[in-house]
Design a protein around this ligand. Structure first.
Ligand code: KDG
Length: 314
């Protein structure tokens, strides 16, 4: 196993037309979840990846497991819960603005994840454990599960990569800071966006955000800067890596998860970190072209072909 990840995935309903949901009668059904987005993108890039969660023992739970499994992700760790439902969410389309996200996930099966749901053997044999700051926001038991997974990873020399993915619809900035700063301190790689990095650290510049996390125990920080690319820093080096040009943005959601997958893919291929960050930018950019979260992520063949085409043009 190259990467193991876990977290909540929900059924995502995207209205076919824009405007307030009360006037919308047709929806597309797909799935959305930051960690499964990363797992799907990594699988398309050719890596062995496992995703786990607690899902409702219902039609939506089966749909989510089948969808993710169909992308070649190992889902054998998934636990089905007979008494709690699978969460759902909606993306209300607002022309010219980011979609409005509406969650129906309180008390969901995933929010009842506990440390015993975690496939310890899969973590022990993975090269990376990927986590996001959404999971500890779901409940106390989910927060404990994240701490437990980190401790297994650390005892077994597995690198931990953490994306804060701050969701202020799930908790306040204050609560998020209190819970996430101690988690971040135990993780090797941290991937904040500029805004969430500012909220967590109280700093505004990418360099200062990165220094905060490096001084707090992380060994590598990438601050994602949207169309401007990313800034990364470690003890050994730091640099800005330009963004990947994008012609049309349909929906930015899922880009950060694409970044995490591309970056991890570069690390797993032992690329220099600057190139791994550039691959992160590229995979993230692919997500912008579609309304769903994961549909836009590229296959490895596409990445190779584009690289070859770019070299011919040069
Ligand atoms: O990163 C994309 C996710 O935010 C989306 O898929 C839904 O996981 C989700 C969440 O909790 O917001």
């Amino acid at each position: 196993m190259d990467v193991i990840t876990f977290g909540e995935t929900m059924v995502l309903f995207t209205p076919v037309t824009a405007g307030p949901l009360r006037f919308t009668s047709h929806f597309q059904k797909t799935i959305g979840g930051a960690e499964s987005n990363v797992a799907i993108a990594l699988s398309r890039l050719g890596h062995k990846v496992g995703w786990t969660s607690r899902l409702g023992k219902d039609e939506f739970g089966t749909y989510i497991r089948n969808y993710i499994r169909g992308e070649g992700v190992d889902t054998t760790g998934v636990v089905f819960d007979h008494s709690r439902p699978t969460g759902v969410f909606f993306k209300e389309q607002r022309p010219g603005k980011e979609p409005n996200i509406l969650y129906y996930r309180k008390g969901s099966a995933a929010s009842r994840m506990t440390p015993s749901d975690i496939p310890e053997a899969q973590i022990k044999e993975a090269k990376f454990l990927h986590l996001t700051g959404i999971t500890p926001a779901l409940s106390e038991s989910c927060k404990e599960t994240v701490h437990h997974a980190i401790s297994i990873a650390k005892q077994n020399g597995v690198k931990v990569i953490f994306d804060p993915n701050l969701r202020l619809k799930l908790w306040s900035a204050e609560e998020a800071r209190e819970a996430l700063v101690p988690i971040v301190a135990q993780c090797d790689y941290i991937l904040p966006g500029l805004e969430e990095g500012s909220i967590l650290t109280g700093k505004t510049e990418p360099e200062d955000i990165a220094s905060f996390f490096l001084e707090n125990g992380s060994s590598f920080v990438v601050v994602k800067l949207g169309e401007k690319g990313a800034y990364f820093a470690s003890e050994a080096e730091e640099a800005h890596v330009p963004g990947f040009p994008v012609t049309e943005i349909v929906d930015p959601i899922g880009a950060g998860d694409g970044f995490a997958a591309g970056f991890l893919s570069g690390l797993l291929r032992n690329w220099p970190v600057k190139e791994a960050v550039a691959l992160g930018n590229k995979v993230g950019a692919y997500a912008l072209s579609v309304a769903g979260d994961a549909e836009g992520y590229p296959n490895w063949e596409q990445i190779i072909k584009e690289k070859a085409d770019a070299e011919v043009l040069r």
